[in-house]
Write a protein that binds this ligand. Structure first.
Ligand code: BTN
Length: 246
């Protein structure tokens, strides 16, 4: 359970051997009335998924794949900010392991210019599921992401204890998510200093099609500040950003 795992209140850990997706497991538990803070970790996901319908591959025993149930007090409108809080928590946990982490807004976590973790937040009627996939000791990646994916082990040239990394992420997440409605400015400041997109030419994949421009930073509300080719500075929300070249 949570205390044994070194988790702060109210987080409680449930470990499953094999599931399709931990996000679905947590969604199901939420529907059955599970409380805020339930964490489901799976040793194996048979249908792990990423944003925009992509598959998420997490080799059993080498990576972390887990989902956190979050129930209000955070008002629903603030739920996109959960993704920022989660990405930051992962980045900080990696740093406490001695690595230098970057955040690719909104919520990918980078090590050495490659992706080490991804986050998929899905909202229900009165809850949100924060799914986190982190490459801990993985050394092999599927063909499609080879060259753009990395792991803690590859970057640090040593292995890590997955339980310790998990507990550190949960501890950091407990602190950062409390800042969503109380001290968002501090949360954003911590994201900003880790943002790997600032100054880069990017394409944002939005519902209305791609929008290209130069990233000027992150706005106080957590949106990306994009200077578009027409010279206007826009506040953007998106779940996917493509870096177009340095
Ligand atoms: C992304 O980068 O596109 C997000 C990846 C999210 C993967 C995690 S692994 C645990 C949880 N369960 C899922 O099916 N997906 C998330």
């Amino acid at each position: 359970n949570g205390a044994a795992a070194g988790f702060p209140e109210p987080f409680r850990l449930f470990v499953r051997e094999s599931v399709e997706s931990t996000n679905d497991e947590v969604r199901e538990l939420a529907r059955m009335g599970a409380p805020d803070g339930v964490v489901v970790l799976a040793e194996r996901q048979t249908a792990g998924r990423g944003r925009r319908g992509a598959a998420w591959f997490s080799p059993p025993g080498e990576s972390l794949a887990f989902s956190i149930l979050v129930k209000p007090p955070e008002p629903k409108a603030l739920w996109p900010r959960l993704a920022l809080a989660a990405g930051l928590a992962v980045a900080e946990a990696l740093e406490s392991s001695g690595l230098t982490a970057g955040i690719k807004w909104p919520n990918d976590v980078w090590l050495g210019g490659k992706k080490a973790a991804g986050i998929l937040v899905e909202a229900g009627a009165d809850f949100a599921v924060v799914g986190i996939g982190l490459n801990v000791n993985s050394t092999e990646f599927p063909e499609g992401v080879r060259g753009i994916a990395t792991s803690m082990r590859i970057e640090a040239e040593r292995e890590f204890e997955r339980g310790e990394v998990l507990a550190e992420i949960i501890r950091r997440f407990a602190i950062r998510r409390a800042q969503i409605d109380r001290d968002f400015e501090e949360l954003i400041a911590a994201v900003r200093v880790r943002c790997v997109l600032t100054g880069k030419q990017v394409a944002l994949l939005t519902a209305g099609g791609p929008k290209t421009g130069i990233v000027e930073g992150i706005a106080p509300g957590g949106e990306l500040l994009l200077r578009t080719t027409d010279g206007l500075e826009r506040l953007m929300q998106a779940d996917e950003v493509r870096v177009l070249g340095d």
